[in-house]
Write a protein that binds this ligand. Structure first.
Ligand code: ADP
Ligand code: MG
Length: 744
């Protein structure tokens, strides 16, 4: 009898070289191999007759090799052909020709007189029915027949050095030799189906007796996998709710005043999500909420509303953005809107710290000689500026020193207060994560563009006692099933409505050869006073940036758009300079910004209504949608031109999705279809285990059931203390190396 925890290398009958091949797949134990699930099954109970016509559905056929040949073509290339005849030597049946191009090893494996099984799509080639590159297996003896044929046979994920037959034989033998009750069934009753246990399901997924049994087994295993995942998520969530929190909600008087001063009315969706957040803030238990909304849907105002409520209750708030540019932009907006009401705001980024040294925030702020609330310039930039106009503006704007500051300051109503001069809202980048000292009284943390941060970083900001409320925001819409997993431990609020005053964005895919026409159009827009973004094809800022190439790019555009002013923006430009470039663009001094994808998130300049993206086929759909979100922010009609290279016809075809829709969720679904879940799931970011059998796309209904079951277990018993829940601890503690705070 074999125990499932046993190492495969302890079994004498497993060939040594195979041990190594298995190890490469991460398979070490008997259990690992038994849970290396088939990727599909083949119906080999009966082999169909050889086809006479081609078809798009692959078929599984069995025949005898009557002839093989090797032919050369195009110089060094070779075709190996094997002609099969139906086994029952039916004189009338057409033979089947299987062909392999440049595959040396196939010719060594197949010889005349052998019986082989092939799987592939029959194609008509001239008068012959052919199968190109079919999967195949050679039948060696009749005992093998009972394992590999005359049944529904498992087909495993392809692997180097391990044939289907090898894997299948090993699994077959293991299943016969394992002890009686090898696996614990870790599903609650609500998810069980009849008598099926994990042991029977594993047996049946490899060697099902019929298709119903295969389906039932698969459902059981997918549910188990999803349930384990949702238990982990639910436990994270329960953890957060167990930690002591506080209510962080003021009366809303300050919020009302500021909303009245805004140049626009909130949309219904914004009101709805502010109400949801407000309810969370008002309860003592810690908020963990995701705010999703398409680019431009107005998430920042919602964040500001949340922060104001907390400020009003006497707490500090943190507003964390993924890039320097964004942090500075948020800082500007906050100062423009909130400082007149006496709210104290500070900026804290890595770049700024270098400048100012480890001074307490308020002292550093007091050093800043003036602010420019009209233009929204950041403090550092305004000190650097020297133009007369600027100096005038600085003079006329109320001089802001520590005294006026205190006088105007909004007085918190709660005793849970902190130093009078300390900032109430601290805006920053990752640097905030390492600044725990600067929060004396953190009540709410807002994380913008959450997808740029990992779960660990979020935890770092929020793992303190008492727990602050947390609002994370993302403009990357993801399919709903994924929300249940990636953001499964959060409550979700969605802004599903755009502000009304938005001009439409027209998106057009154009071939590079049309550049001269495109340029005429662009100049026309610039002449009308609009501004332009040109995104050049450096996909990732971490990709090595050739500064020369960037400069050349800039020269070319400068010439093309003369006399309109261009500036270049990329990740290697030092932060203060970057900020100045953005500021000149915001003010309209520059009409065109030539940029890498540093622009991707958040940047908001309403007059910039035209965007040209070069080599657009090199970007993913979701990323293009994000980039496109930089325009269409003012009342002007906006244009996004996706320039594609003529060599990338296929990649360019997918871009049509963007011409068709400007709805981020539709783009996300399409992107998912095209790319598969791998990229989107971002397991590293979500901190969740990879899936072995479940498919997030096609098994969405099972994910919902698993989620409901896991949530209800934790709702009734947040620390898994009851005797009947003990068995589920294993799912979380052992599988995910996670411990419970109450487990010693
Ligand atoms: P995102 O959701 O992409 O972060 P922002 O919060 O940056 O979007 O908002 C985009 C622009 O829309 C900003 O200029 C903001 O001031 C403006 N805005 C936000 N809400 C409204 C509204 N209800 N009506 C009109 N404009 C709005
Ligand atoms: Mg934003």
């Amino acid at each position: 009898m074999i125990d499932v925890s046993q190492k495969l290398e302890e079994l004498t009958w497993v060939p040594r070289p195979k041990i190594l091949a298995l190890r490469r797949l991460g398979i070490e134990t008997v259990e690992d191999l038994l849970t290396h699930f088939p990727r599909r099954h083949e119906d080999r109970t009966e082999f169909p007759r050889f086809p006479r016509e081609e078809s798009d559905v692959p078929v599984c056929l069995c025949g005898e090799v009557t002839k093989t040949s090797l032919r050369r073509f195009g110089g060094w290339k070779k075709i190996f052909e094997a002609t099969l005849q139906e086994s029952q030597a039916n004189a009338l049946s057409e033979p089947l020709v299987c062909r392999w191009f440049n595959l040396h090893y196939v010719q060594k494996m197949i010889g005349t007189g052998q019986r082989i099984v092939v799987f592939g799509k029959p194609r008509l080639r001239g008068k012959r029915i052919c199968m190109d590159h079919p999967e195949f297996e050679v039948i060696e003896n009749d005992e093998e027949i009972s394992i590999h044929f005359r049944r529904i046979a498992p087909i495993y994920p392809a692997t180097e050095g391990l044939s289907q037959r090898m894997l299948r034989s090993m699994v077959y033998r293991l299943l016969n030799e394992v002890a009686d009750h090898p696996f614990k069934t870790l599903l609650p009753h609500a998810l069980m189906n009849g008598e099926m246990t994990r042991a029977t399901a594993i047996r049946a997924i490899h060697f099902p007796e019929n298709w119903e049994q295969r389906d039932a087994a698969r459902e059981h295993l997918v549910l188990s996998e999803f349930f384990a995942m949702q238990m982990l998520i639910a436990s994270r969530r329960a953890d957060a709710s167990i930690r002591s929190g506080r209510a962080h909600c003021g009366s809303g008087a300050l919020l009302d005043r500021i909303l009245k001063s805004l140049p626009f009315e909130l949309t219904g969706a914004q009101r709805k999500v502010i109400a949801e957040i407000r309810r969370d803030l008002a309860t003592a238990h810690a908020m963990n909420r995701l705010l999703q909304g398409d680019v431009g849907s107005g998430k920042t105002v919602v964040a500001i509303a949340a922060m104001l409520l907390a400020v009003e209750a006497g707490y500090q708030t943190a507003f964390m953005a993924p890039t320097q540019i964004l942090a500075e932009q948020h800082y500007d907006v906050l100062r423009r809107w909130l400082e007149p009401m006496g709210v104290r705001i500070a900026l804290r980024t890595a770049a700024r710290q270098e400048q100012s040294g480890p001074l307490p925030l308020f002292e550093r702020e007091a050093q800043i000689p003036g602010s420019a609330p009209v233009s929204g310039a950041s403090a550092v930039v305004s000190t650097a500026r020297t133009s007369d106009a600027q100096r005038d503006r600085e003079k006329s704007s109320s001089s802001r020193d520590a005294t006026t500051h205190t006088r105007n300051a909004y007085a918190p109503q709660s005793e849970a207060s902190f130093a009078r001069d300390e900032a109430q809202i601290i805006v920053g980048t990752h640097a905030l994560l390492y600044e725990s000292v600067s929060f004396s009284n953190l009540g709410l943390a807002v994380i913008d563009e959450q997808h740029k941060f990992g779960v660990a970083e979020r935890a770092r900001l929020t793992a303190r006692e008492p727990a602050p409320d947390v609002l994370v925001m993302t403009a990357t819409p993801i399919p709903r099933t994924l929300t249940m997993t990636i953001y499964g431990d959060l409550d979700v609020s969605t802004i599903d409505e755009m502000p009304r005053n938005r001009g439409k964005i027209v998106t057009a895919v154009r071939d590079e050869s049309k550049l001269s026409e495109v340029l005429i159009f662009l100049r026309g827009q610039l002449e009308r006073g609009r501004q332009l973004y040109v995104i050049y094809p450096l996909i990732d800022e971490s990709e090595k940036l050739d500064v020369k190439a960037a400069a050349a790019e800039y020269e070319v555009w400068q010439e093309r758009l003369h006399p309109f002013r261009c500036e270049l923006l990329h990740g290697r430009i030092p932060a203060p300079e970057k900020q100045q470039i953005m500021e000149r663009f915001r003010r309209g001094d520059t009409s065109t910004l030539i940029s890498t994808t540093v622009l991707e998130v958040g940047v908001d300049v309403p007059n910039a209504s035209v965007m040209l993206i070069e080599n657009a086929e090199r970007f993913g759909l979701a990323q293009l949608h994000q980039l496109r979100g930089r325009i269409g922010r003012g009342e002007h009609k906006s244009y996004c031109i996706l320039l594609t290279s003529p060599h990338a016809k296929e990649a360019s075809a997918k871009l049509a999705v963007l011409e068709r829709t400007s709805n981020g969720f539709e783009v996300a679904e399409a992107d998912w279809e095209l790319r598969g879940p791998g990229d989107l799931l971002g397991t590293a970011q979500s901190g969740l285990p990879a899936l072995k059998i479940g498919n997030l796309k096609t098994d969405a209904h099972l994910m919902r059931r698993a989620r409901t079951a896991a949530m209800s277990i934790f709702q009734a018993d947040p620390r898994l203390e009851s005797p009947e829940n003990q068995r589920f601890r294993r799912l979380i503690v052992e599988k995910h190396g996670r411990t419970f705070s109450n487990v010693s």
